[in-house]
Structures are given as structure tokens and as C-alpha cells.
Design a protein around this ligand. Structure first.
Ligand SMILES: NC(=O)c1ccc[n+]([C@@H]2O[C@H](COP(=O)([O-])OP(=O)(O)OC[C@H]3O[C@@H](n4cnc5c(N)ncnc54)[C@H](OP(=O)(O)O)[C@@H]3O)[C@@H](O)[C@H]2O)c1
Length: 288
């Protein structure tokens, strides 16, 4: 496959869990990269976005900034749309203006969870919570305002720059002898390092479009928690419980595993199994 090293990559949300690992990867590869956090680049500020991207003139933009608090989005609908939908429009318009390719990171929560087999890229989105709806509208803005874009849907993200489920479970595992974790939500865990590597592989090609990028395999949150405990060597009893025992503001899809059909049909490799990624993640965590 044709490979042309990116000249300059701009990363939004560079202090987030994916943004931080994306920056580390680009630097490791010797690629010029500038990372912006909310303080220097607030994506809801259309003028600032045009100014910063116009000034930096990147060849590629990885848009990882988002309002990711799924439960809070229910009560802060305007803020979630402002960041995830219009903020993404601002980034798409500015990237397009300077001729930069765009990677927009989206979510498995664009789906309603009624499927019984993993969702591929041509499955019809039908978000069931505010967060999913706002991320889907972000996708639509990218489709309408940028012709050379990659929409990368991912799921159940974990990395050392958390917070995330894996880090929270590890922390609880050090504090409590027993944990209750829901068993009736199934998805695909994804390690930020593997996701960042696939984003880089994608964006140096011209195979634009929507991609599902998760580590291989599926599990429930309960199974994920058990694997985390085992990998960390913690003798904590994990008990499976139904979602109904943990009422939360946002509804979540019962099944949101992703199939990487677009990766396969475009000649990209599948990501490794989530269990292998989990092992690397735990090994990389600082020992205390
Ligand atoms: N986490 C998951 O499980 C998951 C699953 C599927 C898809 N995704 C998607 O993957 C991408 C990366 O997620 P992540 O887990 O790395 O998210 P994250 O850790 O929450 O990082 C997102 C970053 O965006 C920043 N941000 C918020 N509002 C902003 C604004 N107005 N302007 C600029 N930056 C702003 C946040 O800053 P503050 O923290 O200071 O607000 C944060 O640093 C997101 O697009 C997310 O929707 C995540």
C-alpha cells in the first residue's frame, strides 16, 4: 500500500487518553506533531479553530477532542452538541480549508444495541443516548464538510492516560474484596495504543471512509473486569449483575461490538485480541 509519511499532524484533545497516546506514537515515529488541549484550542470556538489550524497548516488532523461523559451528556445536552457536533464541524471546516486530511474519532454508541452480531460500517446508526446522538451528528458534519476524511468508530477505550473502566476497576480491586459488574452489556475493548497505530496506518492512505477500529473479540463488562483482575494478579471476587441494578442517567446499548469490515475490505490488518492489549496496558501502568 502507498505510504507517504505525514508532514505535520495536529491533534485535538491532546491531553485526553487517545490524544496523549497519539502524540506519543507520532513523536516515536519521528513525525512532526502539534497537540492542542482545550486551553489553547477550544473546538467550540469557530474563529479560534480557523485561526489555530490556519496558523499551523497541518497536513493531517486527528480530531480526538470530545465531550465523553456519557451520563453527564444527558443533563448537559447543549454542551454535548456544542462540542461533539458543532465543535467537530468547526474542525472539519478548518481542516478542509488548509487542505489537511481529517480523522474524526467516533463511537460504538451510535448504535442502539439491538443487534446480535457485531455492527459493521454499513449498519444503520440509531443512537439511544445524547452522547451517541451528538457523536453521530459530528460524523454527519464531517461527511458534509470534508471530502478527505476518515471516520473511525471505536469502543470501550482504555489506556494509561485514563480515566477509564479498566483503571477504575483496578483501583477498586485494590480497595475492595468483592466487586459487582454488569454482565448484560457486550462490546469490544480497545487499547489507545493500538487505536493510535491504526489511525496512523489509515491516514497515510487515500482510502477515506468510515472504519470500525476495536481490538478483536468481544466481552461483557463483567468478563472484562474478571480479565483485568486476573491479569493484575488481584484475588478479588467479581460478581455479575444486571444493568437494572445500576441505574444511570444514560441508556446504553446492550450489544455494541464492532466488526472491522472496512479494515478487512481495504486490506488493513485486524487489531490484536483485546486480551493481549490488556496485558500490555497493565504492564505499562506505573507500579506502586
Ligand atoms: N472513552 C471511550 O470509551 C470512547 C469510546 C468510543 C469512542 N470514544 C471517542 O474517542 C475519542 C477519544 O476519547 P478519549 O477517551 O480519549 O476521551 P477523553 O480522554 O475524554 O479526551 C477528550 C479530550 O477532549 C477535551 N475536550 C473537551 N471539550 C473540549 C473542547 N471544547 N475543546 C477542545 N477539547 C475539548 C477534553 O478535555 P477535558 O477533559 O478538560 O474536558 C479531553 O482532554 C473521542 O472522540 C470519544 O468520543 C471514546
Amino acid at each position: 500500500m502507498k505510504y507517504k509519511k505525514p508532514k505535520k499532524v495536529l491533534v485535538t484533545g491532546a491531553q485526553g487518553q487517545l490524544g496523549a497516546d497519539m502524540m506519543e506514537l507520532l513523536k516515536r515515529k519521528g513525525i512532526t506533531a502539534v497537540g492542542y488541549g482545550k486551553d489553547q484550542l477550544d473546538i467550540t470556538n469557530a474563529e479560534q479553530v480557523l485561526e489555530v489550524i490556519g496558523y499551523e497548516r497541518p497536513t493531517h488532523v486527528v480530531h480526538a477532542a470530545a465531550f465523553t461523559k456519557v451520563d453527564e451528556a444527558e443533563g448537559e445536552r447543549d454542551k454535548a452538541y456544542a462540542i461533539n457536533a458543532f465543535g467537530t464541524r468547526n474542525v472539519a471546516v478548518a481542516a478542509n480549508k488548509v487542505g489537511a486530511r481529517l480523522v474524526y474519532v467516533s463511537t460504538d454508541y451510535v448504535f442502539d444495541g439491538r443487534a446480535t452480531t457485531p455492527y459493521h460500517e454499513f449498519a444503520r446508526p440509531r443512537p439511544m443516548n445524547v452522547y451517541g446522538a451528538t457523536k453521530y451528528e459530528g460524523e454527519n458534519f464531517v461527511r458534509n464538510h470534508h471530502a478527505r476524511a476518515f471516520i473511525v468508530r471505536t469502543s470501550w477505550v482504555f489506556g494509561v492516560h485514563g480515566p477509564n473502566f479498566a483503571k477504575m476497576i483496578l483501583q477498586l480491586g485494590h480497595q475492595q474484596p468483592e466487586l459487582k459488574v454488569v454482565h448484560d452489556q457486550v462490546g469490544s475493548p480497545t487499547y489507545t495504543v493500538d487505536l493510535a497505530e491504526m489511525i496512523l496506518q489509515l491516514m497515510v492512505t487515500e482510502r477515506y471512509g468510515t472504519y470500525h477500529v476495536s481490538n478483536s473479540g468481544t466481552c461483557s463488562w463483567y468478563e472484562f473486569a474478571c480479565a483485568i483482575m486476573e491479569e493484575a494478579g488481584l484475588a478479588v471476587k467479581v460478581r455479575p449483575v444486571p444493568t437494572s441494578q445500576f441505574p444511570r442517567p444514560a441508556r446504553r446499548p446492550a450489544f455494541s461490538a464492532l466488526e472491522g469490515m472496512a479494515l478487512r475490505l481495504n486490506g488493513f490488518p485486524a487489531l490484536r485480541p483485546w486480551q493481549e492489549a490488556l496485558r500490555d496496558f497493565i504492564a505499562r501502568l506505573p507500579k506502586d
